[in-house]
Design a protein around this ligand. Structure first.
Ligand code: B3K
Ligand code: ZN
Length: 883
């Protein structure tokens, strides 16, 4: 397999002006004709024109109307090369044959539940026809589709519908025209038996946009929330970024077989049905929130991704980091900002930090890849979003908006780089950003240590920072980064102190905010070691550091437990209140893990129980905040902090603390549960979701005790629930404890929902993730359950992915979990390499475990590597993991 490097980027030799596509969709093959107006980039210079193509059969190729002769082109399994095309404009006509019904990779044109559908990002267009399949080749497309009218009554592509009619033999056709230039990865086609929910949106300049969400007829009622989300997103982008939709039509199609969440094809978004279909009975609050976020995300791509796209795939974060940031802000504005921030930071810590510390660590802008699909990662997406967030933290809201405006002003219609984005931010603000670009090129999570000191005589408070970016594959030595650290200081009553002067690097800076006092300031830590001195500080303050998680770093401070309890109780920055509790919990858990490993009996610090009690019983706090604040850090997060990850010890400790809290706070949890029941019909709004979250968290604690009357309580909640959020939470609460009740309720749930595959996937995932002993055997059995199918990515993610997320069972000491995954990966790789490669990633951190586990996991990776016909996708992850 060939590795591709950012440093080797070259501009394309040929530009494509217009592309006219013609699809004849058939039952065993599809004929694709493409007519491209080609221009040499530099007129007068002729060089070979290299077109990508995979699994496509060439039927004919004409240049300016004349069939090319064999010696005029070369064809191999990846490229079609015209050896010496003309040095001025010409027309290329290519006819190919493809077989969508055999395409299980779900990339290119494929069939899903009888319908045709495409997925072209990153490099799927080459599976449709020969093309310069790279994002810096932008052209105007038309798309003619013809197909059997009764089998495929709906025929969709990008842009506007300009013509349609009937043909002979029961066929019909449509012609779509997209007025905007686009790269091939944004091309889309859908054909099938679909119905739509219709609505409309009037943009700020008065354009009336028709909105349609397409699904099989029986699912149309479940698209109301998606439609609400789309309209909210359209409005939000106008209000917050001044960005308006640019066509008269916006289509969304939901399909059951899709490799990832959704795809932002110009005016024809294609979605995994999981992220469109929702009803209170079948979807949980989490699903509703995810739909809102992802509908927003794909819609926001219309500007950040489509109107301004990426020059090459190394720049992926240019569109993804920025668009994730935008969808995070959108969800924050529509719900609770603090709770959203907590969820996003937890995700970063549980998934991105471990990736950044392992063999697949890569910068936000990777330097190389074998298979681009492997770089749609939490680093490119979520760390990328943190990088965008830091611009905003450094420049302020209005500075950030100025930067965005300049970015669109300069680059609308272009394919650009991360430097272009950086330059727009810098130039719009005349900002000095020394070193900021390192965030794009250096991998690894920076580690920052802070020590504090107070001088009562001088009335100064000093923060000393030191930073270290750990070595990562290919990057042994790192430079110090520009780290924005938002800081506030609390006085002894818990109030924010006004901040007036800071001394740093020989400069005294007065902090100003008009006539208002300043309570939070953003320190720019730039050097390996750096000191900031606050003056006019009348008493020893408790510092609130990294407010709102102002940079994606690991922060270690000399704050004492008592300071953390104080922050937990008083910090005006709600995120940091939660964070103080998490720091305490992490410390506590790590200490107990050490005790457990030394066979000491476990004792829970009573102060911690009191801290949790006071949060749980504080009626002035947001309920979802409470629910998050009383939830312990994940097992992955704790393992990530250990020299040798010990899944059994971490699991035992987390379970111990959970049960202790349940035992000692039983009355409080019972009261919370009762007070948060409601007989109102389901509403998707923050107060209702917060209430359900707190109720469900309380129930999970209570049920963990496995006492008959508490199990009975959970069972009643299960039976009386009128929405999936509460029903599923009760099921999960009961399923914590092995036994007859668990088995019966799981069976009951399946019987109830067996016709709804999205709900059945939740049922698979719940069992797969379970920590009950010996669960690998159950999961193995579920592989042959009639509702399971390795060809459907959602089912794989639920069952296989769910299982790999369960530390105790996946990492079972006898290697049974590893063997299970190894076998499945090989089967999957033959069907769908992208999905197989996502699954194999679960092995990538094998060096983090003890020797026995290392040997077992390594053996599976080696077994995979030695398999015949391994895909490049899996090869890249497996080989890098072993390197
Ligand atoms: N841009 C797509 C992801 C495509 C993944 C290709 N393997 C969805 C998104 O991020 O919006
Ligand atoms: Zn995206």
């Amino acid at each position: 397999p060939k590795e591709i490097f950012l440093k080797d980027y070259k501009m394309p030799d040929y530009l494509f002006d217009t592309v006219d596509l013609r699809f004849q969709l058939g039952e065993d093959k599809t004929i694709v004709s493409s007519k491209i107006a080609v221009l040499p980039r530099v007129e007068g210079i002729s060089c070979p024109l290299v077109l990508h193509g995979r699994d496509v059969k060439l039927l004919s190729i004409k240049l300016d109307g004349k069939e090319l002769k064999g010696e005029e082109y070369k064809l191999d399994s990846r490229y079609l090369t015209l050896t010496s095309p003309p040095s001025s404009a010409f027309t290329l006509e290519i006819i190919t044959e493809i077989y969508p019904q055999n395409n299980t990779s779900l990339e290119g044109l494929y069939k899903t539940s009888g319908n045709f559908c495409t997925q072209c990002e990153a490099e799927g267009f080459r599976k449709i026809t020969f093309y310069q399949d790279r994002p810096d080749v932008m052209a105007k497309y038309t798309c003619w589709i013809e197909a059997d009218k009764s089998l495929y009554p709906v025929l969709l592509s990008n842009g506007n519908l300009v013509e349609q009619g009937d043909l002979e033999n029961g066929k019909h056709y449509v012609l779509w025209e997209d007025p905007f230039k686009k790269p091939s990865y944004l091309f889309a086609l859908v054909a099938g038996q679909l119905e739509s929910r219709e609505d409309s949106f009037v943009t700020c300049s008065g354009r009336k946009v028709a909105l349609r969400i397409w699904t099989p007829a029986q699912d149309v009622p479940k698209t109301a929330h998606a439609m609400y989300s789309l309209k909210a997103a359209m409005k939000w982008d106008e209000e917050v970024f001044g960005l308006e939709y640019d066509l008269d039509l916006f289509n969304i199609v939901a399909v059951p077989d899709f490799n990832m969440g959704a795809m932002e094809n110009k005016s024809l978004n294609i979605f995994n049905s999981k992220l469109v279909l929702a009803s209170p009975e079948t979807a949980s609050d989490g699903d509703y929130a995810a739909i809102l976020g992802v509908i927003g995300h794909e819609y926001f791509h219309n500007w950040t991704g489509n109107r301004v796209t990426c020059r090459d795939w190394f720049q992926l974060s240019l569109k993804e980091g920025l668009t994730v940031f935008r969808d995070q802000e959108f969800s924050s504005d529509l719900g609770s900002r603090t709770v959203k921030r907590i969820a996003d930071v937890s995700r970063l810590r549980n998934y991105q930090f471990p990736q950044d510390a392992g063999p697949m660590a890569h910068p936000v802008r990777p330097h190389s890849y074998i298979k681009m699909d492997n770089f749609y990662t939490v680093t490119v997406y979520e760390k990328g979003a943190e990088v965008v967030r830091m611009y905003k933290t450094l420049l302020g809201s209005s500075g950030f908006r100025k930067g965005m405006d300049l970015y669109f002003q300069r680059h609308d219609g272009q394919a650009v780089t991360c430097e272009d984005f950086y330059a727009a931010m810098r130039d719009a603000n005349s900002a000095d950003f020394s070193n900021f670009l390192l965030w794009y090129s250096q991998a690894g999570t920076p580690s920052v240590k802070v020590t504090t000191s107070y001088d009562p005589n001088a009335q100064t408070f000093t923060l000393k920072f030191s930073q270290e970016v750990p070595p990562t594959p290919g990057q042994p030595v790192k430079e110090p980064m520009l780290i924005p650290v938002a800081v506030g200081l609390l006085d002894s009553t818990g109030k924010d102190m006004p901040l007036s002067f800071i001394y740093n690097n020989g400069n005294l800076q007065a902090l100003k905010n008009g006539n208002q006092p300043v309570f939070t300031t953003v320190l720019q830590v730039k050097k390996k070691e750096e000191e900031f001195v606050f003056s006019d500080i009348p008493e020893r303050p408790i510092p609130s550091l990294l407010r709102g998680f102002s940079a994606p770093i690991r922060l270690d401070s000399d704050l004492m437990d008592s300071d953390l309890f104080f922050l937990l109780a008083h910090d005006s920055d709600e995120f940091n209140r939660w964070e103080a509790g998490q720091v305490l919990a992490r410390k506590l858990m790590l200490n107990l893990v050490a005790d457990y490993q030394q066979n000491k009996s476990l004792v829970l610090n009573p102060n911690f129980v009191d801290g949790i009690r006071s949060i749980l019983c504080n009626s002035s706090l947001d309920k979802e905040f409470i629910s998050k604040a009383i939830t312990l850090p994940g097992e992955g997060e704790i393992m990530d902090m250990m020299a040798v990850a010990d899944p059994d010890a971490v699991h035992a400790v987390r379970t111990f603390i959970k049960k202790q809290l349940a035992l000692q706070l039983k009355e409080e949890f019972l009261a919370t549960l009762k007070n948060n029941r409601s007989s109102e019909p389901y509403v998707f709004d923050h107060p209702s979701m917060a209430r359900r979250a707190l109720k469900n968290t309380s129930l999970a604690y209570l049920a963990s005790l496995n006492e008959p009357e508490l199990t009975e309580l959970a069972l009643n909640e299960y039976k009386s629930a009128t929405n999936m959020t509460e029903q599923f939470a009760a099921l999960a609460a009961i399923a914590q404890n092995p036994g007859q009740v668990r088995d019966d309720v799981l069976a009951d749930f399946y019987n109830k929902w067996q016709d709804d595959f999205l709900v059945v996937n939740k049922w698979f995932a719940l069992q797969a993730m379970s920590d009950i002993p010996g669960n690998v055997a159950n999961v193995q059995k579920l592989l042959s359950h009639p509702a399971f199918d390795l060809r459907n990515p959602n089912k794989v993610y639920s069952l296989i992915g769910g299982f790999c997320g369960s530390p105790v069972n996946f990492h079972a000491k006898d290697g049974s979990g590893y063997k299970f995954l190894g076998d499945v990966v090989l089967q999957l790789d033959k069907i769908n390499p992208q999905v197989a490669s996502r699954m194999v990633s679960a092995f990538s951190r094998w060096r983090r475990y003890d020797e026995t586990r290392q040997t077992l996991a390594k053996a599976q990776l080696e077994m995979i590597m030695s398999a015949n016909g391994l895909s490049e996708n899996v090869y890249e992850i497996a080989s890098k993991s072993l390197a």
